[in-house]
Design a protein around this ligand. Structure first.
Ligand code: ADP
Length: 897
């Protein structure tokens, strides 16, 4: 056992499964063998013992039977001898003396009678009565006489003389025909039976042919004339033919279990029984069995010890192996197994050790590799983080630069366009005067340059607006074929001047009315056509138009194919980028800004479509445009201002006083009955108390916003629920989603225009599609949008506008100051709320620059760097002052007019 162990002290708890299994198996096998051996031995011993006992008893029974037989035979011989002394031969007295001598010689005979052949008694000699000679008593009918005469000998039944001793009558027929009858005392048999020693407690007894007890050590039983025919062993002996049996275990007269053996006394059929109580008969067997059991116990104990030893010897190395493997498995690779059993287990242990050693080596290598890889990854991660931060900064810078560029372009172009228009006007005037040839050439050159410059500025403006995402689609109904034909007409003169043929093919439902933005589409098509004519010296320009209406929306496919100079493959994608031309030679020969295709692709994308090119240098190009277009639907193009068919009671809810005032005026103008509320709570009160057809609800309000208010109004479950129309300039997906989720689908954009208001109120259903109707576009960066202002002036009148100016002044100027404070504290959220309020009021008066700046702050305040916040707020305050000044100026002009 000491040969087995691990070289560590920390042994895991012993798991005895294997050990127990071995122990139990061993014990079961050895115990079974030992017990089986003992049991079989006991069975054989028992049989052997029984056989021996039976043999001994049979021997005793046989000896007793022989003696009784001899005794009877002796009596018989004496009687035969007596019978031979015929009465005729001896005188009666001598016969008497002979009889007396016989009684003396044979003490068992107590009386002798001699009968003549006729059965008459001739002599009687007795130990108890007086001898009688020639009494002539007739005994010819006695069974003794009859049986003896018939068979030669007669044994009578047992009888008891004076109830003390058993007797039997024996009769023998003589040669002269007479019969000798003798009463024989069977006490001799009692002596014989009593002398038989059967163990300590056993005994022998004799029964006659009827089962009566005739000899037993206990004479009283014999004298009681006991009938034993009821005992099973006696009954079976009387019934059986065999003289002796193989012995059996039965119950004796006293009720004890005995081993009984019997044998027969041949001439008279008596049975001699020899019986020994089983407890005595088997005593030695039991003792030997007890010894065997004790020996078995000792053997079992020894077997247990041996099993313990062997199991341990077998289980311990396996357990050591298991524990070692477990520790190796749990990562303890320094673990070594020490098993010295000199067999396969030792080999296995050594294999384990080798395996652990290899594992340890490979772990060490692996750990090194992992550490190196981890360091590499950490470095890569740090680098990636750095690069990401740099990229983020670069992107921010690029976005800022791009935004700045767009603003710059928009402002510069817008500001350039006005004076340039003036210059062109002056040139137009000069054209009419009388000038000499050189002046006319110079003038023409100036006009061409001016036109080019104007075109450039227009392009830049378009580009800047698209870039800033300010350009929106203006949906109208129009016919595709008419639009394309009109565009072709515009270019026809120029093309023909160059000797080019202009072709148009049309497929599909091109004559149907479609809903789209015809102006932007036309601009795009003209651009493609212009390029095609410009870059084609001879040949043709072919336009293919198809409108595929199999699915909804339909698909417009338009391609412009020319036979011009073509575009090199490597530049084909780049020409769609800003300010890119195929090469400098082209710029020199054909002029242009390189913005046309950039604008065209942006327009195509704005219309959810795509623009692509296929071209071969020197052979020509095909530009293909694909745009989804719906069939015409009810898009209010121009809404006339006409009185409403029904007069509606309208609740206008807006937190901004300027908007409230404008909205109120517009509603009155449209012939409705407006009531105004400045907050959600107030609106809720009014709706509860009065019946309204429509609630015009500003979405962004402090405390309770328009959507929450609308939800509460719905919950009131009024008999006649008002229709709710949202007022909002917020086109964000989130707000649109919230509106739709709250069941508000009708929307009027801010600033509110008369047309938008009228069409939405008249639509009467809550499912107007798309963007808020009539969201009037304040698109450029001037202080006041003239067109819008003119509309407002016409609608509301100068005095009301002046009132609005005052309200604006009172509310918004302080708000811009609050904005500066909020910016200094970095409260972006408050800045956004203030921007919304100022922007909302500014839009109602057409103060477009202020409106845009407010929109910018509302959208970007959360993202702007902290140091930029204050600058933005200060800028807004300045714009507000400028806007007020411009407004004053504009109002003064109107008053003068
Ligand atoms: P530009 O306004 O200067 O024409 P565009 O963006 O419209 O700029 O076009 C960019 C460049 O693409 C042009 O300078 C020209 O090199 C090339 N290009 C455009 N259309 C055609 C065409 N139909 N055939 C050949 N080249 C073309």
């Amino acid at each position: 056992m000491s040969a087995i162990g691990a070289d560590r002290d920390t042994r895991p708890p012993v798991r005895g499964g294997l050990f127990r299994k071995y122990l139990v198996s061993f014990l079961v096998v050895v115990s079974a063998a030992l017990i089986a051996n003992n049991v079989i031995d006991a069975i054989f011993s028992y049989r052997e013992q029984q056989r021996l006992l039976i043999a001994v008893q049979r021997e005793q029974a046989g000896a007793a039977a022989d003696k009784i037989d001899q005794f009877l035979k002796e009596i018989e011989r004496q009687l035969v001898w007596l019978s031979q002394l015929s009465l005729q031969m001896l005188p009666p007295e001598e016969m008497r003396v002979t009889g007396i001598r016989l009684l003396r010689l044979t003490p068992a005979i107590s009386e002798i009678a001699q009968l003549d052949p006729q059965g008459r008694e001739q002599l009687r000699v007795s130990r108890y009565v007086r001898d009688m000679v020639r009494s002539n008593t007739d005994l010819s009918q006695s069974p003794a006489f009859v049986d003896a005469k018939a068979r030669g000998i007669y044994y009578g039944p047992i009888f008891f003389f004076r109830e003390t001793e058993p007797y039997i009558t024996v009769a023998v027929s003589g040669a002269d025909g007479g019969v000798i009858i003798a009463d024989v005392n069977l006490r001799f048999m009692w002596d014989l039976v009593s002398q038989i020693k059967v163990g300590n407690e056993g005994n022998a007894f004799v029964v006659d042919t009827r089962g009566r007890l005739i000899a037993h050590p206990d004479l009283r039983l014999v004298l009681k004339n006991t009938d034993l025919s009821g005992l099973p062993q006696v009954a079976s002996a009387l019934a059986g033919n065999a003289d002796s049996d193989a012995g059996s275990v039965v119950t004796d007269l006293a009720g004890k279990r005995v081993l009984s053996v019997h044998t027969s006394i041949a001439p008279i059929g008596w049975k001699v029984f020899v019986e020994l109580p089983t407890h005595e008969a088997y005593a030695s067997l039991y003792a030997s069995m007890l010894n065997s059991a004790l020996l078995l116990l000792v053997s079992l104990f020894c077997a247990f010890l041996a099993a313990l030893l062997l199991s341990r010897r077998m289980a311990d190395p396996i357990r050591a192996l298991t524990e070692g493997a477990e520790r190796i498995g749990s990562g303890d690779l320094d673990q070594r197994l020490v098993i010295r059993t000199g067999d396969e287990l030792q080999t296995l242990g050594e294999q384990f050790n080798r395996m652990a050693e290899r594992l340890r080596e490979s772990y060490l290598t692996l750990e090194g590799r992992v550490a190196a890889r981890t360091t590499e990854l950490a470095q890569a991660r740090d680098q990636a983080i750095e690069e990401r931060a740099e990229a983020h900064h670069a992107r921010q810078a690029a976005e800022l630069a791009n935004e700045t560029k767009s603003r710059f372009l928009a402002v510069v172009s817008h500001e350039l366009r006005t004076p340039l228009n003036g210059v062109m006007g002056v040139l137009q005037l000069l054209d009419n005067s009388h000038l000499d040839g050189r002046q006319i050439r110079l003038l023409t050159a100036a006009k061409v340059s001016g036109d080019t410059l104007l075109a450039l500025i227009e392009s830049i403006l378009d580009y800047a607006r698209l870039e800033a995402g300010a350009d929106k689609l203006e949906l109208r109904n129009f016919r595709l074929d008419q639009l394309i034909e009109a565009d072709l007409d515009l270019l026809r003169q120029e093309a023909e001047a160059k000797g080019l043929t202009l072709g148009l093919s049309m497929r599909g439902d091109v004559a149907a009315d479609v809903a789209g933005d015809p102006i932007k589409l036309s601009r795009l098509v003209l651009n493609l056509l212009g390029n095609a004519v410009k870059f084609t010296a001879r040949g043709s320009v072919q336009v293919d138009l198809a409108f595929d209406t199999l699915d909804a929306p339909g698909m417009l496919h338009l391609s412009v194919t020319d036979t011009g100079i073509g575009i090199a493959p490597d530049i084909q994608e780049r020409i769609f980028e800003d300010f890119v031309q195929a090469d400098s030679d082209i710029e020199r020969r054909f002029g242009g800004t390189g913005l046309g295709l950039a604008i065209s692709r942006r327009l195509a994308r704005l219309m959810a479509g795509n623009l692509s090119v296929r071209s071969e240098l020197g052979k020509g190009s095909t530009f293909t445009l694909s745009i989804p277009l719906d069939r015409a639907q009810l898009v209010p193009a121009v809404v006339e201002t006409r009185p409403p068919t029904t007069k509606l009671s309208v609740l206008l809810v807006d937190d901004d006083p300027v908007n409230r005032d404008v909205g109120h005026a517009l509603l009155v103008r449209l012939g409705h009955e407006p009531v105004v509320a400045s907050s959600g709570a107030m609106a809720l009160e009014l709706v509860r108390s009065g019946a309204f057809d429509v609630v015009l609800m500003d979405v962004h309000m402090p405390e309770m916003d328009g959507i929450a208010t609308a939800r509460l109004i719905r919950k009131l479950q009024l008999d006649r629920s008002p229709r709710i129309i949202a007022l909002t300039a917020d086109l964000s997906d989130r707000t649109q989603g919230r509106l739709t989720a709250n069941g508000i689908r009708a929307r009027v954009g801010k600033p509110i225009t008369l047309q938008a208001l009228q069409s939405t109120l008249q639509a009467g259903v809550d499912d107007l599609p798309g963007a808020p109707v009539g969201a009037s576009e304040l698109t450029a960066g001037s202080l006041i949008d003239d067109d819008f202002f003119n509309d407002q002036e016409e609608l509301l009148g100068v005095p009301r506008l002046r009132g609005l100016r005052t309200i604006f002044l009172d509310t918004c100027l302080p708000l811009t100051r609050s904005m500066v404070e909020a910016a200094s504290m970095g409260d972006r959220h408050h800045m956004q709320r203030l921007a919304h309020r100022i922007g909302s009021a500014a839009s109602a008066l057409g103060l477009e620059r202020l409106f845009f700046q407010c929109n910018g702050i509302e959208a970007d305040a959360a993202r702007l760097p902290a140091d930029a916040l204050e600058a933005v707020a200060v800028q807004l305050e300045a714009t507000c002052r400028e806007s007020i000044a411009a407004l004053n100026e504009r109002l003064r002009e109107s008053e003068q007019a």
